[in-house]
Design a protein around this ligand. Sequence first.
Ligand SMILES: [Zn+2]
Ligand SMILES: [Zn+2]
Length: 272
Amino acid sequence: MQNYICATCGTQHAASEQPPERCAICEDERQYVGWNGQQWTTLDELRTKHSNEIRADLGLTGIGTRPSFAIGQRALLIPSAEGNVLWDCITVIDDDTVAAVRRLGGLRGIAISHPHYYACMVEWAEAFDATIYLNAADRQWVMRPDDRIEFWSGDAKPLWDGMTLIRTGGHFSGGQVLLWPQGADGRGALFAGDLLMVGQDRRWVSFMYSFPNYIPLPASEVDRVAGAVEPFEFDRIYGAWWERNVMSDGKAVVRRSAERYKLALTGRLGSG
Ligand SMILES: [Zn+2]
Ligand SMILES: [Zn+2]
């Protein structure tokens, strides 16, 4: 039996004798099946070709795979005296990574924005005896169910040390972001995954149903995502890739980005 991993989205599946027939995450219109058809790999195979890079990213420790694998997101370690949290997850986990994260205090929790970054979350949770926090609305996208996953319902879930998970919806119905009040030297940091996608200019965010297939969200959903984070104070927004972060003024960035998006939807953006 093997826990096969989809080579396009990096999601590890429940153990099976043969590779699964399909990856539901990739067949969904928010992702895509690779151009050479559905391909599978395993963690052992990935470890022969990839390793993880652990380095600072805007004051935090980031963990990303080199060379890049699947969607290419990097995870972030949020430090807390009451137990560190891994924000978002990556597929590759190896002995060097586990040792490095242990030196930083290990993990108490793993919180993941949405199914595209579920990756090898169960492997990570086992390695650190950590709990995985996911919103129940995305339960159907968990390809490797496990007792370490704690599903929460509602609009917000407090973790510890002031950290709060906020359900935004939008890109995924159960999409969640994490608010860390101590972030950005006490001005607050929002960990956004791609529920609020940090743009290349790092001064705006965007909102999409599908990024790879360019499918936008309606105004009502954009308002819902922006409205979900509106009650919270934050200055920085950490995006899903290395250094894709909004350095400051994050709250105003979300407000004006939602307004700009709706201008675009109604044909009122730009000079024609
Ligand atoms: Zn996949
Ligand atoms: Zn996504």
